[in-house]
Design a binder for this molecule. Structure first.
Ligand code: SF4
Ligand code: SF4
Length: 392
């Protein structure tokens, strides 16, 4: 396993960390539980093979994740660094930050959390919430008392805002998305690293999308990569501003595969990295013509999830992720975990196009996207209709 120092913390992290966003669940007596046996085996194996940090959140697996992890860590002698995230949306008044921190310490069964993140914050919101809750003062106090080792934030906002957050000089670690298909944080990451902030890259395989990329992408980018897992992980690790990456690993097979391709891959040369970035720039240019993902068009009166629909359209048209994009599109309106409506709900009011910096004729483009992405959705609707008719 390769280890890198995390910013100015002095901590050496394994480049591969254990993400726990998708721990497998099972149902028993009407309740959902984490399949603890499988998760424990997979975590233990990863620690045996050199992984030395694990990341979770108050909210993962409906609040079950931290307790599950504590069961693994109690049997582990070596130091495993723990990162977890405060539940930003639940922190509404002074004292809430402290209340959740104490609950998380108790769930994890530890006296101190190594990396405690403000979760999914952007600069303005962070300050607004601070006015209401005084959470910066509470975080500093908790750190002074030894309950938190390092204060961090996890991030999914426009990259410029990461710089503003770094300049607050409050944070020693950032967890943010970075991978082949999402390089928008590259410059902000470089800036943060230059200021001594440790960077942990989340979603190195873009939530599994990179594994599904057609082979021709690998052949264009890095023919020596043996599969897409190696392609994706070696790209992230090649960025020297990144200390570690977090892979969500559901089972033993995933652990062993990810560790094998992290430890055994030939490092990408500077020239290879340049070729990869040049190729990705070309694809990005084509994608940007469809939509830049800025989200200025949100707040459609019909709740059409415009940026997500266009993201899927790009996955389909530019990255060849046809089945994936179509399946995900079918989740809008058929799966309650997905927010927003699909393109059929658009009634052409034109409000969104007025806000779009690219002047995209959004309602027309949505129709195009729907036509391309809807096969799975139409199948689901047909089945629903048949079931209804049978019942009658
Ligand atoms: S044109 Fe369609 S997508 Fe845009 S705001 Fe109006 S209803 Fe929503
Ligand atoms: S405003 Fe335009 S570019 Fe931005 S997400 Fe919406 S459609 Fe895409």
């Amino acid at each position: 396993m390769l280890y890198r120092t995390l910013g100015q913390t002095g901590i050496k992290l394994s480049v591969l960390g254990y993400g726990t966003k998708y721990l497998p669940e099972s149902e028993s007596k009407g309740k959902r539980w984490i399949s603890i046996d499988n998760s424990i085996k997979a975590m233990h194996r990863s620690f045996e093979l050199g992984v030395n940090h694990i990341d979770t959140s108050y909210l993962y697996n409906n609040g079950l994740s931290e307790t599950a992890i504590s069961q693994v860590l109690k049997n582990w002698q070596e130091k495993i660094y723990i990162g977890t995230k405060a539940p930003t949306k639940l922190i509404k008044k002074p004292g809430d930050y402290r209340k959740y921190l104490e609950e998380q310490l108790s769930r994890l069964n530890v006296d101190c959390i190594d990396f405690y993140y403000f979760d999914q914050v952007d600069y303005q919101n962070f300050l607004l919430i601070n006015k209401r809750t005084n959470w910066i003062k509470e975080a500093k106090k908790a750190q002074k008392e030894g309950l938190i080792k390092h204060i961090g934030f996890s991030f999914n906002a426009p990259p410029e805002e990461m710089k503003l957050m770094v300049d607050m000089k409050l944070f020693s670690v950032i967890s943010c998305s970075y991978n082949l298909l999402n390089r928008k944080n590259s410059i902000a990451i470089e800036y943060a690293a230059s200021k001594g902030t440790g960077i942990i890259a989340a979603e190195p395989l873009a939530g599994g999308k990179i594994v599904l990329l057609p082979n021709k992408f690998r052949a264009e980018m890095n023919p020596s990569a043996r599969n897409n897992v190696e392609l994706g992980l070696s790209f992230v690790i090649a960025n020297r501003c990144i200390s570690a990456t977090l892979c969500s690993m559901k089972n033993l097979e995933m652990v062993e595969e990810n560790i094998f391709y992290t430890a055994d891959s030939t490092p990408i040369t500077k020239e290879q990295l340049k070729n990869m970035n040049d190729y990705l720039d070309e694809l990005q240019e084509a994608a940007d013509k469809i939509c830049k993902g800025c989200k200025y068009c949100l707040s459609c009166p019909q709740e059409v999830n415009i940026p997500y629909i266009f993201e899927l359209y790009i996955d389909h048209q530019i990255y060849g992720l046809k089945d994936y994009a179509s399946q995900m599109y079918s989740n809008l309106e058929t799966n309650s975990e997905f927010t927003g409506k699909n393109a059929l709900s658009c009634f052409n009011c034109g409000l969104c196009s007025q806000k779009c910096p690219l002047n995209i004729e959004i309602s027309i483009k949505l129709k195009e996207a729907h036509k391309t992405l809807s096969p799975y959705y139409q199948e689901i609707k047909k089945t629903e209709l048949k079931t209804k008719r049978k019942r009658k």
